[in-house]
Design a protein. Structure first.
Length: 138
């Protein structure tokens, strides 16, 4: 180590020791951000009674069903909220495109159907690997 003290070089005695955190009272490991917590709670399964039967559904489904019932009874706020949720999810789009389903393929030349199937399978396998890698990095 150098004894130089200056810009971005604190005195040696005040530098972090190996393995020491610069923020020991920071965010604890394993804590979830708001989005992860929202998704976890929305997808949590609960039991509801439908007639005489018990049914397992997600909490999000229960909330949406309750919102629809309120809207049907004349609650305009519930109807507006339900409409906004549908709009944000793209339910009302005339022709919603599924992500990753459309694109342009540049062909190297004339291919037989067998060659096309093989090249397509290789392309999809590579894309699936790339998606898995990207998910692991998140």
């Amino acid at each position: 180590m150098t004894d130089y003290v200056g810009h971005k070089r604190p005195p040696f005695a005040r530098r972090f020791k190996p393995g020491q955190s610069g923020n020991p009272s920071g965010r604890p490991k394993g804590s979830k951000n708001a989005k992860a917590l929202y998704v976890e709670l929305a997808n949590r399964k609960v039991r509801i009674r439908v007639g005489s039967k018990l049914k397992m559904v997600t909490q999000l489904e229960v909330i949406l069903q309750a919102m629809i019932l309120k809207a049907m009874k004349g609650d305009t706020r519930a109807a507006d909220t339900y409409h906004k949720i549908g709009k944000s999810l793209g339910v009302f789009d005339p022709n919603p495109l599924e992500p990753g389903r459309y694109g342009v393929i540049v062909l190297p030349g004339v291919m037989t159907p067998d060659e096309w199937d093989k090249a397509s399978a290789e392309h999809h396998a590579k894309r699936d690997e790339d998606l898995k890698k990207a998910k692991r990095l998140q």
